[in-house]
Ligand binder design. Sequence first.
Ligand code: BGC
Length: 730
Amino acid sequence: MWKVITKDFNKEDIINHGNKFLIGNGYMGYRGTLEEFGKNELVALNLPGVYDQYENKWREPVNAPNPLFTRVIYDGTELNPIVINPVFHQQTLDISCGLHKRESTFDINNKQITITSERFAHLTKYSLLVMKYSVKTNAHLNLVIETGIDGDVWDINGPHLNPYQIVNENNIVTFSTNTRECHIPIVVSETILCDFNAKISNIIDSHKLIRQINLNIEKDKTYTFYKFASVKHSLDEAEANMQAMNEINSASVLGYEKLFIENYLEWQKRWLVSDVELKGDEEAQFSLRYSIYHLLILNQKHSDKVSIPARGISGQTYKGAIFWDTEMFMLPFYLNTDLQTAKNLVKYRINTLDGARRKAMEYGFRGAFYAWESQETGDDACSHFNVTDVFTNRPLRTYFRDKQVHISADIVYGIWQTYLRINDLSLLINGGAEVIFECARFYYSYGYLKHDKNRFEILDVTGPDEYHERVNNNAFTNRMALETFNIAIKVSKLLKAENKESFDNLIKKLNYTEDLKRIEEVVKILYVPQPNNSGIIEQFDGYFKLEEVTVDEVKSRLIHPNEYWGGANGIAANTQIIKQADVVTLLYFFNDEYSSEIKKTNWDYYLKRTEHGSSLSASMYALVACENGNPEWAYPYFMKSATVDLTGKSKQYAGGIYIGGTHPAASGGAYMTAIYGFAGLKIIENQIKCFPHLPKNWESMSFKVILNNDLYKLDITKNNITIAKEDNSW
Ligand code: BGC
């Protein structure tokens, strides 16, 4: 099964379906809305990496004019399921090749009119969107098809675009504009090829250019047109115009079918490396493939100037910003299947190092303090008031931006994992080592040497559990800071041995000799909270003293359903109830440092105290349950991660603000659970090993992993593991 299908039309599903039926290619995302929809239905052609700020509202990624806008009018009635109930309606996403399809039949006085459409975002010609649109009726009648570019875009905090320059020449419609804040050029062009003759006139206003096609339709005959659209940005405007024009000219010469095949074959190539086949559990199989689909449409093969936002390419929520989600939850997928993307994600962090330096300086620290919510420059898009109080509507002070310091260590961890996998020193020489050294320097300047205890502590932080802010010695944060020091020391030794010149240059450039000495000293005494007599690791100093209470009890204390649980007065803040996996995240990432007894004890203890208020939480519980040899306990958390964008069961609005969208960290977490959890993959000293724990109804798992530029296929059954090198044709 490779298709997501819905046969009903309910107005309430429009927003969720926009996420669920999303197509894209990393360069752009196009929400799974119907062609006749507009901004009220949250249509969006989202451009990750192109950000804009309007007035003093928060910066967010830009949505481009919609070049696929098309609607059909019969006898004065718009054939749109919001206007008139269809007698048949089906929306499909074929995840094997990123193809969105819809079919709707409307009945007006026994005249049945069927609309079908298909669209895809080309995987390699990544600025190209292609659509095929057909109408057919059961009677001879006159119809009007309107198609063109709709520039009245949906924005959360817009408008972001300056007035359009609209050109319509030789059947090519072009909207050129630029963003208001940074004047980044954006050009959207489209053209159509019709397989019929008809009279076409144009309707134009400041936001739209629509061709009006008057069709005299014969009964049972299909009338089709093809649309080729190009979306260019960040180039010089004249260059963008020319490139867009050339792209749609070549596309229309090639034609829909050839482009479709080209794209289809590329998708097959990607699936060949990325697919995970499961036998014995169709639901899990489909949900896992759907998660992988989302990671595939988020690939960043084309650029090292952008990374993957926490809500992917599904819109503007979460400011289109990049969080720790990318390094800790998504990078593992790309390291196994798409090294180009993995390297670009790392390079994005190298490219934004100056932003991290500015942030460290802003708070009075040295080194690099990466943005909690990073955009194109690496400056922090997260505000000090990230939540609004539902009762007073006043902004609430939150400490994500200034205290969630584990972010720098997560990035160091990601760079090091990438280095270990690609085994290419140039990643470290060309910026990787500099980031690592600067992050280590940051933790040195952030921490405290407690002379009385002879230990180095990290105080006043917010760990992954955002409901408890400004705590001391968060176990996860401290262990990650220790890892940063360890990696910095390893990198310094490695560089010194392998490329003394680069090492010397870097130490000189950063004036790092003293820092290295200090780091080598404090690494020995950095305090990481250890299991107590009952085997439990205290999440942070004083956590055990907080009120012991159940999640349900805390929930029952809510006065308003959208109340924020954390912050100074949040209902969870003085209790042991946590937002998401925290100690359990530590146990997963450092799993070989803890016995299974400890992992089990902490899993049980913290599970009862976790709200799973973040979609990042479930996969960590699933992974640690697998580590403990309990795949059945892991299974529901795995399914929760893998299905979050299929069920749409996540918060959609916070107060009046839309916060929905896709959840790529959950998709990445589902992939990690399958591969590192159920299949138990470990790469030890450059060798592939497996310690599987398959759920009881899974007969087998097969998947591939790239290692040392070779592709390996792993076949796992209940009694057998085969690891074989594939031929070189991939
Ligand atoms: C979570 C963070 C996460 C962010 C973006 C928040 O709700 O608490 O851990 O990075 O969402 O997904």
